[in-house]
Structures are given as structure tokens and as C-alpha cells.
Design a protein around this ligand. Structure first.
Ligand SMILES: NC(=O)c1ccc[n+]([C@@H]2O[C@H](COP(=O)([O-])OP(=O)(O)OC[C@H]3O[C@@H](n4cnc5c(N)ncnc54)[C@H](OP(=O)(O)O)[C@@H]3O)[C@@H](O)[C@H]2O)c1
Length: 238
């Protein structure tokens, strides 16, 4: 889901031996990518129209994919909407858009997919891309951070619920990644290439990790950021 995302496509490039159901808005734009995959991998690739804000349609996704592409055993959630943090200070539509795209839409999309995988009862997985932004609220992006923090909690609970089943849930928390989402933004540092992040994600999934910070040093950065007492943190311009 979110198959046009730079990180999603880098993950697909690294998943050998799979057939793919690529779900995205205006999914026909993915036709060249799909054609290239079919040619290089001799795999089956199906395209699905998918909008995380179309809550009513999200319930049908597992059945649609199953009917057209056959049973599936790995779900990757890669869509996200950074939004305009400044606008979100005043514009309630922008707040709703950020929360709906990153949290509500993600939860409503994942719930039926998780149930499908659980009912199938065979080894399966969910990889969902959250963000380090969800680890602590900051003045610069707290609406997006709240949505990603909510998504991380949702995934933590889902992992807990599915722990006794063969369905594994991996939460991915990237730092800054060089993708269209961050293009032209100021103040970025240690920006990682999508392929580097994708390599970490696929490795962590195979190792059945629960939470991945990528690149790895973000685990330590966020540990430090989270440990700053609130009375000091509120005065910092992070
Ligand atoms: N780049 C970073 O620094 C960074 C850091 C931490 C986490 N992340 C997360 O990583 C994931 C992948 O993002 P990316 O960095 O690869 O950026 P990207 O290339 O800009 O991809 C984001 C994708 O999300 C899709 N999307 C947005 N709203 C959607 C909606 N309502 N329904 C369906 N799809 C929607 C976009 O679709 P369209 O192509 O149709 O617009 C786009 O393809 C996201 O969850 C993002 O929040 C990124």
C-alpha cells in the first residue's frame, strides 16, 4: 500500500521470489514499474486502486487482492502524508488530512488485512512504516508526529495480539530519507538513501525484528531525544 513511494519501490526491488499486488492512488501510473518487474523477475504483478482516505473501500482490499492475485502472506504499508506543519497550526482541514492519512487510514487498512492473515493461519507478516517523528512531539511537526506515534502504538498492540499466531508485525521507524516526501525541506541531516533503508527493512523482516530504527543510529538519537526532561525540552528548538 502506497506502492508509488520511493521506499516501497526500493523494498519491492529487494523482495526476490515474490508476486506483487501494488496498491496506490492512480495506480495506472505504476504500469511501467510493474512491466519492468514482470520482465526482470518473471513474476505476477497486479495493480490496485487505493486511497487511504477512502475508509469505506479499505475493508474490501484483502478480498480484492485474494480474488485477482491469489492468497498473499506479506503486507507492506508505505503510504504517508507529511503535510504542511505550519498550515496545520491553524488549518483544521490540514490537521485532519495528516491524521487521517497516516493514522486513521493506516489502522482501517491494516485491520482487515491483519484479520485475513490471521485467519489464513500460515506464516505471514506485516511491515508498516511509521517514523522517528512519532517518538516525541516536537514543535516542527507534532501533528504528523502524533499520527505516526499513534500508528506505532497501533502496531505495537497488533503485534501483541498476533504474537501467538504465525503473523509477524514489524514497525519501521526511519529517520530522514531522500524521497519526494522530503524534497526541498530545510534542516535535514544524515539523510539516507531509500535503498539503504529498504535493505535494513527486508533484513529486519527476515530476522523477525519487532521494531527497526533505520539507519540504526536513529535508535540512539531518539533514545537521547526521549530522555530530555520536558522542562528542558520545551525550551529547545528541535
Ligand atoms: N522520507 C522520509 O524522510 C521519511 C521518514 C520517516 C518515515 N517516512 C515514511 O515512509 C513512508 C514512505 O514514504 P517515502 O519517504 O517513500 O515518501 P514518498 O515517496 O513521497 O511516498 C509517500 C507515498 O504515500 C502516498 N500517499 C499519500 N497519501 C496517500 C493516500 N491518502 N492514499 C494512498 N497513498 C497515499 C503517496 O502517493 P502518491 O504518489 O499518489 O502521492 C506516495 O506515493 C511513509 O509512510 C512516510 O511517512 C518517510
Amino acid at each position: 500500500m502506497g506502492a508509488k513511494s520511493a521506499i516501497a519501490q526500493a523494498i519491492v526491488e529487494r523482495l526476490d521470489g515474490y508476486d506483487f499486488a501494488l496498491a496506490a492512488r492512480e495506480c495506472t501510473e505504476l504500469e511501467p514499474f510493474a512491466a519492468d518487474l514482470r520482465l526482470k523477475r518473471s513474476c505476477q504483478v497486479e495493480l490496485f486502486e487505493f486511497d487511504a482516505l477512502d475508509f469505506a473501500a479499505l475493508a474490501h482490499l484483502p478480498q480484492q487482492v485474494h480474488e485477482r492475485g491469489g492468497p498473499f502472506d506479506l503486507v507492506v504499508l508505505a503510504f504517508g502524508y507529511l503535510g504542511d506543519a505550519h498550515a496545520a497550526q491553524r488549518n483544521t482541514d490540514e490537521i485532519a488530512h495528516i491524521l487521517n492519512a497516516n493514522l486513521t487510514g493506516a489502522a482501517i487498512a491494516l485491520a482487515p488485512l491483519a484479520n485475513y492473515l490471521e485467519e489464513k493461519g500460515t506464516p505471514a507478516g506485516i511491515i508498516a512504516i511509521s517514523s522517528v517523528a512519532g517518538d516525541r512531539g516536537r514543535r516542527g511537526n507534532y501533528v504528523y508526529g502524533a499520527a505516526k506515534g499513534g500508528l506505532s502504538i497501533f502496531l505495537q498492540g497488533l503485534r501483541n495480539r498476533l504474537a501467538a499466531t504465525p503473523v509477524h508485525v514489524l514497525t519501521v521507524k526511519p529517520g530522514f530519507v531522500d524521497t519526494p516526501m522530503t524534497e526541498g525541506l530545510d534542516g535535514l541531516f544524515w539523510v539516507a538513501a531509500p535503498d539503504r533503508v529498504a535493505a535494513d527493512i527486508v533484513r529486519a523482516y527476515r530476522q523477525k525484528k519487532d521494531v527497526l530504527y533505520t539507519p540504526f543510529f536513529w535508535r540512539w538519537i531518539m533514545l537521547a531525544v526521549k530522555s530530555i526532561p520536558e522542562r528542558i525540552f520545551k525550551r529547545l528548538k528541535l
